[in-house]
Design a protein around this ligand. Sequence first.
Ligand code: CTP
Length: 398
Amino acid sequence: MDLQGKCVLLGITGGIAAYKMANVASALKKRGADVEVIMTRNATQFITPLTFETLTGHKCIVDTFDRDFQFDVTHISLAKKADVILVAPATANVIAKMAHGIADDMLTTTVLAAGCPKLVSPAMNTGMLENPITQDNIRTLERYGFTIIPSESGVLACHDVGKGRLPADAVLLDYVEQALTPKDLAGLRVTVTAGPTQEAIDPVRFLTNHSTGKMGYAVARAAALRGASVTLIHGPTALEPVRFTEDVAITSAQDMYEAVTSRFEQTDILVMAAAVADYRPATVAADKVKKSDGDMSIPLVRTADILGTIGPRKTHQFLCGFSMETRDMVAHSAEKLQRKNLDMIVANNLKDPGAGFGVDTNLVTFLTPDGGVRQLPLMSKDAVAGAILDEIMARKGR
Ligand code: CTP
């Protein structure tokens, strides 16, 4: 997501993980955000304000009464300027202060004054984190509308092993992005399918295809950031699970059929980006098939066509299919749209450069039942995902 025009205020408190926030500040800048940093005095023991000043191009504020940079009521102006505040790492001490309205330094004063979304990433020793006092304070912050980013488990700086680690940069960035994304899909239940299926031949071998899942994962992520309640049903992929979604891992076309149909009643929008196998071996050998000197062939039978089955039965659901072709793309895709009773189909041609399996871009054409055929320019899969959801929302509104 492009964060151009957004102001992210980082509140850095005195934990060892403070040094990791330099990377977060840098990543936010690279995405176009205006990054402001407030540090507590203790945080400056772990990393210097100069690091953040160099990365963000702004004065890093530590002392509430520092007046040598601008004559302004800074805690109020930053509180107004910020579109989101991320307090990370958040120590038990600062969490306690924020939970009780104590405003005795620049960070806690600004947090108390700000009306924007506030994210808090607790990072501390396991004992401090699990102490009921800290847990109560965290719950209090949640009650006041703060979003708590769960700490991760691992080896801590004190050599204890347990909960209390600051999550990876990517996790913090996802939370920031989520907080900054308008929630135009709030209240909608979106099911997305992605990736290939595997059809077993024997315990060792299977039939599959080249799908990596990137397009479907991008749709699931975009829908979740925009506030939908998302279920991502996917075949085997090498991708990280998508944050803020329910992750349903399946293997075969039949598994995917069952996973989709059992959720169909509760689905408002179904985006079928998965490359579901059309055929599976008629039987699965219980033991490894041994080779012989002659050739062999494997009898195949059709799998259930998921969209073909539920398309004719849809009630309130919006159905978006995908269509990958190597020739006559529009004609073939229009036929699928009609046969499966879809509301939209996203077509691409595997032979177009930049489109199809594995790459991070796609060149797609939207087809709709009103005869609409709209080709989009070559875009990142993230941008295509956004365009698909925009089109669905525009059509649902009609
Ligand atoms: N699909 C499905 N169930 C299947 C196979 C495909 O729901 N068993 C979905 C895909 O997820 C995709 C759309 O149907 O959204 C693609 O339609 P399909 O006719 O299967 O496309 P192809 O398999 O590409 O068609 P063909 O093999 O005829 O080229």
